[in-house]
Design a binder for this molecule. Structure first.
Ligand SMILES: Cc1cc2nc3c(=O)[nH]c(=O)nc-3n(C[C@H](O)[C@H](O)[C@H](O)COP(=O)(O)O)c2cc1C
Length: 213
């Protein structure tokens, strides 16, 4: 019976700080700056983000997905439209994204829309062929009989698409999260962390505020 006491596990955050005067007026530019730092720091998979969704039953659900591009229009990731998250986003377009970069955290809240088919198809065919076949054969989030069944389906598809382009599946594509709130959290000593929150007032006009840690 696991019963582990971890109350002594804690880090002191001392390496950086976040001051208003150093923050870009535009949160996407600020995000770009921090994303670049995360890459430079060689953090593992800095584009991995937690996506939280809430379906019509009100139950929140979170999982990691990979950020594939971002711009001032939003944050794009790809997945199976018929997955659990896909169904939840169909029922409720309000989502949240979370990046954790060691002493830093970025929280994003906004609405989600499907990306256009051409963009998704272009990205799909840029993926390794194995990943394309994986996306075609996996009924993501559904109960399956065994791993063997999945591997058999994969082998079958691999054989039939040998030397051919894998057809772009209808059940797969991208989503873009358009944020109205982005918060940058920087760990500091004695838990007096920096929190700078951007709230969208109107197009391209963001209000910047400091929150208590
Ligand atoms: C590092 C990492 C990256 C992942 N990237 C993706 C991704 O980009 N798209 C995706 O659909 N699932 C991705 N997954 C798997 C999801 O976390 C999740 O298991 C899957 O999407 C099914 O979620 P759902 O049942 O809530 O729809 C990733 C998992 C990890 C740990």
């Amino acid at each position: 019976m696991p019963n582990r006491d971890v109350h002594n596990m804690r880090e002191s955050y001392e390496s950086s700080f976040l001051l208003e005067e150093d923050c870009d007026m535009n949160p996407f530019h600020q995000f770009d700056k921090w994303f670049h730092h995360a890459i430079e720091a060689k953090l593992p998979e800095p584009n991995a983000m937690t996506l939280a969704t809430v379906g019509s039953d009100g139950q929140p659900s979170a999982r990691i997905v990979l950020l594939k591009s971002f711009s001032t229009h939003g944050f794009i990731f790809y997945t199976n439209y018929e997955s659990r998250k896909g169904k939840q986003m169909q029922e409720n377009d309000k989502v949240s994204l979370l990046f954790w970069w060691a002493e830093r955290q970025v929280r994003i809240e906004g609405v989600v829309n499907k990306v256009d088919k051409e963009t998704a198809e272009k990205y799909f065919h840029s993926r390794p062929k194995g990943s394309q076949i994986g996306a075609v054969v996996s009924p993501q989030s559904q109960v399956i009989e065994s791993r063997f069944v999945l591997e058999d389906k994969f082998k079958e598809a691999e054989h039939s698409y040998k030397g051919k382009e894998v057809p772009f599946p209808d059940h797969w594509g991208g989503y873009i999260v358009t944020p109205h709130l982005i918060e940058f959290w920087q760990g500091r000593v004695s838990r007096l962390h920096d929190r700078i929150q951007y709230t969208l007032i109107e197009e391209d006009n963001w209000k910047m505020e400091r929150l208590a840690p």
